[in-house]
Design a protein around this ligand. Structure first.
Ligand code: BDP
Length: 709
């Protein structure tokens, strides 16, 4: 059990979970002879899955007259109605990629509106069997949004930006490797949760990806993923016509530049006719973009949109555009304002096949943020939400953090545009403002590690991302339990422990890293790992806390602050404008208050800080203990690997607790009412240990050092 099959292990089902009268159909009928078709793949997946779960080998056929008995039939609606006279109707209600699943005494029908829809239905059926759910079913399942993509931040040298699971499966030594088995395995995992597209290279893109040899390599990646219905796209570097093409300019309105991109796009589509499209990070964090030539971001996006349009491609254009050189002394400066400032006035100027890809919050994947107001500010533009599965600010997979509950706070948030219900999930699905495209992009960053993400438990995040992109109304705990049963089996104790620690993990992490909306108080300049509250302020990046001797928090109000709260539609703006109506968990995001300010809970801000950090670390101590109770219930390899990480997290949460508490105690001079801060409970300091040949060294930040010196 090294994790390579993720939740698709198809472990043999224990006898007590099999109904005694279980009757399977006599054969599998997958109506496609084309080996690259997801329908064909579905047949193979069903055959292998049933063999592995139930130890029964069903013959697999592709032509109806090859078998006349009962079947598990999998097909597109087109093939099915063209060749059969079955009694299955209702397919009129199927949307693109949707499927119909009918399980009735010994006969199973799986129909997809598209080929990959049929594969999704097959995975749904297998997931039921793997979880011991054999009851009859008659359902139609449609995806909530058409764009359900993942992004990989893989570099061509094989490294991965913000990846914590080893080198890339897509690139090595500035080329695409010959062996792409892992790419196919990844496509299989992605298809099983309804993901239909992937961007394979870093948003900080390398123009060399567009050489002829690499275009062919990308073609091989697409070939490896096509049987699973996962379409491949790439990130572009805006300056490529100059840096790779040798032109004197990369001005998006220059005729030579336009024809350079048109030609490259044609070459790509010649090799990959079903290419998903492009992802573009422009004029952000040093990346080139149209602003260099005084062109708008819409000019930049439309340059690519025109190039891919004849081929049916999509351009995902990132809204992560901000000035990273703002002046920390300027109390009106606010990075959170930038996306709306750049994009609002461009609403209506983007072509139909452009989707603006918006990070869930206005800053950057923090442990808690309000929903980005941009979702409410560009009603005539397709939008997608960008979520992060790789735990950049959430403990790099060394900490267990089940993120789905965080994502739900954003997806379910009602922006009240024009005083009407305007849930973020309805905006990105295109429902709220009647947009055609839109949906979800998840930054995953799997690597060559057999666990994919570097940690077995972190895979619940990838699973939940796909399932939420399909249906965001699903409950995070229900998704977690499905994942657990598939990954670790249905033993009630195993299910109970994994559910308990995972559901407790985001609140705990928020408590010991950064609460009340102050963001993750991590090192901000480099690693984004470990406590370093001092690094947050006094730099141009703008993830500021504004902490001083007396108070803390960014004043983002319209009346006295940066004006950010005014970017929301009126009802929401009004709520965040006032301290009274801002929820405690976002207080310091929107307001600067004294440490002695009394929260709705009745505690002062500083006492809440102390208590929360102690509570969070205390919760993390329970994780390895709870996991220990599974010693005989989980295979040794995975048991040990998870235990190692949970113990590390328990220790690191104490480092977090003490560093943050000490830092704010030093700053405010206000003691902890419970008398804990400074005592370093449960810590074993280096000074009390014996070690030969060590030398003293300074530690930065000082709060993380032993005895804090
Ligand atoms: C930040 C990451 C950086 C990414 C950037 C982005 O630290 O590595 O390049 O976001 O999303 O969170 O473009």
């Amino acid at each position: 059990e090294n994790g390579i099959n993720g939740w698709l292990r198809y472990a043999p089902l224990p006898a007590h979970q099999r109904p005694s009268n279980l009757r399977l159909p006599g054969a599998i009928m997958a109506l496609s002879n084309n080996k690259t078709s997801p329908v064909y793949t579905a047949g193979q997946e069903l055959q292998a899955g049933i063999k592995s779960i139930l130890n029964q080998t069903l013959p697999l056929y592709h032509e109806p007259d090859e078998w006349l008995g009962s079947t598990i039939l999998v097909a597109t609606t087109g093939e099915f109605y063209g060749r059969q006279n079955g009694d299955v109707k209702a397919s009129a209600t199927l949307a693109d990629d949707g499927y119909l699943l009918r399980v009735r005494a010994g006969n199973v029908v799986i129909l997809g509106q598209t080929e990959r829809g049929a594969l999704y239905g097959a995975f749904d059926y297998l997931s039921r069997i793997a979880q011991g759910r054999f009851s009859d079913a008659d359902l139609v399942s449609n995806p909530d949004a058409p764009i359900r993509w993942v992004n990989q931040w893989d570099n061509m040298d094989g490294s991965i930006e913000r990846g914590y699971a080893g080198p890339s499966i897509f690139f090595s030594n500035n080329a695409i490797p010959k062996n792409l088995n892992r790419v196919t395995q990844y496509a299989r995992l992605l298809a099983s949760i309804g993901i239909n597209g992937i961007i394979v290279n870093n948003v900080n893109a390398n123009a060399n990806l567009l050489t002829d040899a690499n275009i062919d390599g990308l073609g091989r990646i697409a070939d490896a993923m096509r049987p699973y219905g996962v379409q491949v796209g790439i990130s572009l570097n805006f300056a490529s016509p100059q840096t790779l093409g040798g032109l004197s300019t990369f001005d998006p309105l220059d005729a030579k530049v336009i024809s350079w991109w048109t030609d490259k796009t044609k070459r790509l589509y010649k090799r990959i006719p079903d290419m998903a499209g492009y992802l573009v990070k422009a004029n952000s964090e040093g990346q080139p973009g149209p602003l260099t030539y005084n062109r708008t971001l819409a000019d930049g996006a439309n340059l690519f949109a025109k190039a891919v349009q004849p081929h049916g491609g999509i351009v995902m254009f990132r809204a992560f555009v901000y000035d990273n050189h703002i002046n920390p002394a300027d109390l009106k400066a606010d990075r959170a304002n930038h996306a709306v400032e750049f994009f609002k006035e461009l609403d209506g100027q983007f072509m139909d096949n452009v989707v603006v890809q918006i990070k869930y919050g206005p800053i950057d994947f923090q442990v808690r943020e309000p929903a980005s107001p941009l979702f409410a500010n560009i009603p005539q533009t397709n939008t997608a939400i960008e979520l992060q599965i790789t735990q950049e600010y959430l403990g790099h997979q060394d900490h267990l953090v089940y993120i789905a509950p965080l994502w739900k706070t954003i997806l379910d948030f009602d922006l009240r545009a024009d005083d009407q219900p305007s849930l973020v999930r309805d905006v990105i699905a295109g429902r709220r403002f009647s947009n055609k495209h839109g949906g979800y992009a998840g930054v995953v960053n799997v690597g060559t590690n057999t666990t994919w993400l570097g940690s077995h438990l972190a895979m619940s995040n990838l699973y939940a991302f796909g399932r939420l992109a399909w249906d965001p109304t699903q409950d995070s705990q229900v998704l977690l339990e499905d994942w657990t049963r598939l990954t670790f089996g249905s033993d009630p104790l195993v299910l109970g422990v994994i559910t308990e620690i995972s559901m407790a993990s985001w609140p705990a992490y928020e408590n010991y890293t950064g609460n009340l909306g102050i963001q993750t108080l991590t090192d901000i300049l480099y690693t984004h790992y470990g406590p370093n509250p001092a690094s947050q302020d006094n730099n141009g990046w703008g993830q500021w806390t504004r902490a001083d001797r007396y108070g803390i928090g960014m004043d983002r109000t319209v009346s006295t602050g940066t004006g950010f709260s005014g970017q929301y539609p009126a009802e929401v703006a009004e709520k965040f404008e006032s301290i009274e109506t801002t929820p405690d968990d976002l207080l310091l995001w929107f307001h600067h208050v004294n440490y002695t300010h009394i929260l709705k809970s009745g505690k002062s801000v500083i006492q809440h800080f102390y208590d929360a950090h102690y509570d969070g670390a205390k919760t993390a101590q329970t994780f390895p203990i709870a996991w220990e109770s599974l010693r005989k219930k989980v295979d040794t390899d995975r048991f040990n690997e998870v235990l190692f990480r949970l113990r590390y997290q328990a220790g690191h949460s104490i480092v977090w607790r003490d560093s943050i508490c000490q830092f704010y105690y030093n700053l405010s001079g206000i003691p902890d009412a419970a008398g804990r801060v400074g005592k370093h409970e449960y810590r074993i300091e280096a000074e009390t240990m014996t070690l030969k040949n060590y030398k003293l060294t300074g530690v930065n930040p000082v709060e993380t050092a032993s005895n804090l010196t």
